[in-house]
Design a protein around this ligand. Structure first.
Ligand SMILES: [Fe+2]
Length: 322
């Protein structure tokens, strides 16, 4: 929310005329905004003014939904829409362009499955480049995942339970301010929606939950790195992001009563969000493809809206210092 002169973020004070506030003050959304984009091609032609608008919506914490953008299967690939290709141990099947993990089956079939996932990786990357062209030189593609299992019903600890509202944060992989941009596509062949709950905007969540987090202990980052718990040193930013992830998931009152809404993604729908910023919970659905892209803060159109900038503003200090 932008406060006008004479106002504080929570409303007007003193003798400030309310009519002035109404003109210059745009109310902050109470839950994550959903923005629909009507494209049906993974490599769409988008006008520069529209790419700029989509980037600012995304970076402000919206979910961009493309209801007519379906992943196209080759004729012999429909057979992969079956949980029997999962090895039953890993949560997802994933592919990094060279090796496939979490899958089981004859080598020839796994090679075909890898080609399918690789084609989604190329499509998703092309889409991000077309929608958000300023990101193109910075894109670092992480593993692509195919999720044949249902979103709900797996026996997991509360910390791994993604049916609870959370922002994504990696315990073993410090991001040090790098963003987590994710492209999802519901490929369910039985007409089943992917159902999310989305929560309040990042800043509102952070202001509510940060006071409950324990501070980082001196020497903690070095210790975790030396013990190979983390790959590299965990920054204070990563400590806070993990703390917010855990704090939200472990707080059942927050899960039930914080601002939230249900969003349904029909089969054949693609959606994009910064999952380190959007409070999300996967409530239901089965069969989804997902591509993660990492981006440095310098790549952003509006760095001030990033979780790093927000957490530094709230805490009043840099969070990436060694
Ligand atoms: Fe998540």
């Amino acid at each position: 929310m932008r406060a006008c002169r004479g106002c504080v973020p929570d409303g007007c004070v003193g003798a400030s005329p309310l009519s002035v506030c109404a003109v210059v003050d745009t109310p902050a959304p109470t839950v994550t905004p959903i923005v629909t984009i009507d494209v049906e091609d993974w490599r769409p032609q988008i006008r520069p003014a529209d790419t700029e608008r989509h980037a600012r919506e995304l970076e402000a914490g919206a979910v961009l939904v493309l209801p007519r953008l379906a992943f196209r299967f080759e004729p012999d690939e429909a057979r992969f829409l079956n949980v029997r290709w999962s090895d039953g141990k890993a949560k997802n099947i994933s592919f990094d362009g060279a090796s496939i993990r979490g899958a089981t089956g004859p080598a020839q079939d796994l090679a075909a499955l890898a080609r399918m996932i690789g084609r989604f990786a190329a499509d998703a990357t092309a889409l991000v480049t077309a929608l958000l062209p300023r990101y193109a030189p910075w894109l670092a593609r992480a593993r692509t995942s195919y999720r044949p299992h249902g979103a709900a019903g797996r026996a997991l600890s509360w910390r791994k339970d993604d049916t609870r509202l959370h922002v994504d944060a990696f315990p073993s992989r410090p991001m040090c301010g790098q963003r987590i941009l994710r492209v999802f596509c519901n490929v369910n062949p039985f007409g089943q929606d992917r159902v999310w709950r989305v929560g309040e905007p990042f800043e509102a969540m952070a202001r509510r939950l940060l006071p409950k987090l324990r501070p980082m202990i001196p020497g903690e980052a070095a210790c975790l790195s030396a013990l190979h718990v983390t790959r590299g040193r965990r920054s204070e930013y990563d400590h806070m992001m993990l703390g917010l992830h855990d704090c939200a998931k472990s707080d059942l009152d927050y899960q039930r009563n914080s601002p939230q809404r249900e969003v349904r993604f029909a089969p054949g729908t693609t959606w994009i969000c910064y999952s380190d910023q959007v409070m999300h919970a996967a409530a239901a659905g089965q069969y989804m493809l997902e591509q993660t892209v990492q981006l440095p803060p310098d790549a952003l159109y509006e760095p001030r809206s990033s979780p790093l900038a927000i957490l530094e503003r709230i805490s009043g200090r840099p969070l990436l210092a060694a």
